[in-house]
Each structure stands twice: as C-alpha cells, then as structure tokens.
Ligand binder design. Structure first.
Ligand SMILES: Nc1ncnc2c1ncn2[C@@H]1O[C@H](COP(=O)(O)OP(=O)(O)OP(=O)(O)O)[C@@H](O)[C@H]1O
Length: 261
C-alpha cells in the first residue's frame, strides 16, 4: 500500500463504504470485467468513466446484484454482500438509477416517489427499529421532490415530464429508498444544457455529504463539475483511479480515453 493512499494513511481515516476486490464478470466466453479493484469512500462523489463498452453498466449491475459476478468480492459497509440478492442489497442501502428511465409513466411524480417510500416504510417498520422508523416517517414524497427541484411537477404524469425531469424524478425515487450509496447510471444522458446544470447543482448543493454517489457518466462537464475522485475503466479493467487533476494529467488516460473524447 502507498503512504498517500487516503484509505490507509491515517488511523482515523474512514473505511471505504464500498470495496470491490478482483471483480470479474464474463457473459459466456465474453470477459467484460477483468479483475476490478475499487474503493468508494463514505460521502464521496466517485465518477466511473470510460469508453463505450468498457463495462461501466455491467459494473453497476454486478455491484447491485442484477448479475452475479464470475469472481471477486463486494463489501458494503464492512459486510460481504457478494452473494446477496438485489433486494437484500437495497435494504442495506444500495440504490441505483438506470441508463434507461424506469418510472411508472401513468403515475404522477408524487405517486412515483410514494410507491418507493411505501415499499421502504413497510420494510423499515417491520424491523421495529425506532431510529429507522423515525427516519422513515420523516421524509415525504413532497420533501424529496423539492430536494431534486421537482416541487412544481408533483402532479404531472411521469410520462409527460421532460427527459431531464424524468432523470431527476428517478433520483427522488432512488432517494426514497434511503440509500447510503446511490449509483447513477448516465444521469445526464439526453438532458438539455440547462437540465445538466440543474443536475450538477443538485449533486453539489443538495446531495453531497448526505449520500455517497457513484456516477457513471460520459459528459465530462458533469464529471469534472461534481466528482471528488474518478475511476477510468477501459476494457473491463481499472486504468486509473484518482482525483480529477490526477486523472486529467495521467498520460495513459489521455491516450486511451480523454484524448479521443
Ligand atoms: N447481459 C449481457 N449479455 C452479454 N453481453 C453483455 C451483457 N451486458 C453487457 N454485455 C457486454 O458487455 C460489454 C460492456 O457493456 P457495458 O454496457 O457494461 O459497457 P458500458 O461501459 O456501460 O458502455 P456504454 O458506455 O456504451 O453504456 C459490451 O460488450 C456488452 O455487449
């Protein structure tokens, strides 16, 4: 381990919230993830970038349990979750949005969030944990819509919201699950410049410090405008992981990715 590794340098340094070790994933003979090691610190905004087909969405799918890994381990909050089902990981605080919008189109924005809250509350209340019960009751759909900037769209059907507002609604739905880690898969895809700016502000002004974020993103303005750290995935392996400055100056990254972006 290097002395400057922020995860080991100080005795008081926080443990990684998510720690991925030697993660591999093959679809038949097609090896997509080839031994990914990645640590996500609590409260970080950690971007994962890379060329098309690098394996970014597959990584999210394996982290959340949609696909079982072919090898390696995933530890979340110190617990090995490698073999847990999707809903068990979600209950531990892993939530995600999708590359393709995944809302109930004929329900309005508020109803979409209420459906997610109802599921979360039912589970939380069943656990009879006073702390969690209090938190579950504290957040309303309207609070979450206001948080993502959709207060005035509460009664609008999801299917008629603009694409950007649908992505923001997805974030509200994911937040209703009270995640500790939120994985956002290309949230700015299809957003207008104004919507993209609103998304950057949402991350920086209202989400940072409240929830740990893993951001899969192609738009470098969003990445550079929000990320504390950047992981570059290329050909299913981590090419580099560091601060935005380190990544921008890394000659291998520039050659393999940024130079052609
Ligand atoms: N369910 C699957 N079955 C077979 N191959 C798959 C499956 N899912 C992904 N792949 C393959 O894995 C590779 C990586 O895909 P993935 O979607 O993870 O890349 P990505 O980095 O997210 O790309 P993009 O930036 O274009 O979204 C691709 O070659 C893809 O065809």
């Amino acid at each position: 381990m290097q002395d400057d590794d922020p995860y080991v340098a100080r005795a008081s340094a926080p443990q990684a919230l998510l720690e991925i070790s030697g993660l591999t994933k093959a679809f038949g003979p097609h090896s997509v993830l080839k031994g990914v090691d990645l640590k996500i610190a609590p409260n970080a905004v950690h971007a994962v970038i890379g060329p098309n087909g690098a394996g970014k969405t597959t990584l999210v799918n394996v982290i959340t349990g949609v696909h079982p890994p072919s090898g390696g381990t995933i530890a979340f909050a110190g617990e090995d979750v490698t073999d847990l089902a999707v809903h068990h990981r979600a209950r531990r605080g892993l939530a995600r949005t999708f590359q393709i919008t995944n809302l109930f189109g004929d329900l309005n924005a508020q109803e979409n969030v209420e459906v997610a809250l109802a599921g979360t509350r039912r589970y939380r209340l069943a656990r009879l944990d006073a702390d969690v019960r209090a938190r579950a009751g504290a957040t309303t759909a309207r609070d979450l819509l206001a948080l993502v900037g959709l207060a005035t769209a509460a009664q609008v059907k999801a299917e008629v919201l603009s694409h950007g507002d649908q992505r923001l609604l997805e974030v509200a739905v994911a937040l209703a699950c009270q995640p500790r880690l939120l994985l956002l898969d290309e949230p700015s895809a299809g957003m207008s410049p104004a919507e993209t700016k609103a998304f950057i502000d949402l991350v920086n002004e209202r989400l940072r410090g409240k929830v740990t974020i893993v951001l899969i993103e192609h738009d470098m303005a969003v990445v550079m405008g929000t990320a504390d750290r950047i992981c570059v995935l290329a050909g299913g392996a981590v090419l580099a992981d560091g601060t935005p400055n380190e990544i921008m100056q890394n000659p291998f990254v520039r050659e393999a990715y940024l130079g052609r972006a």
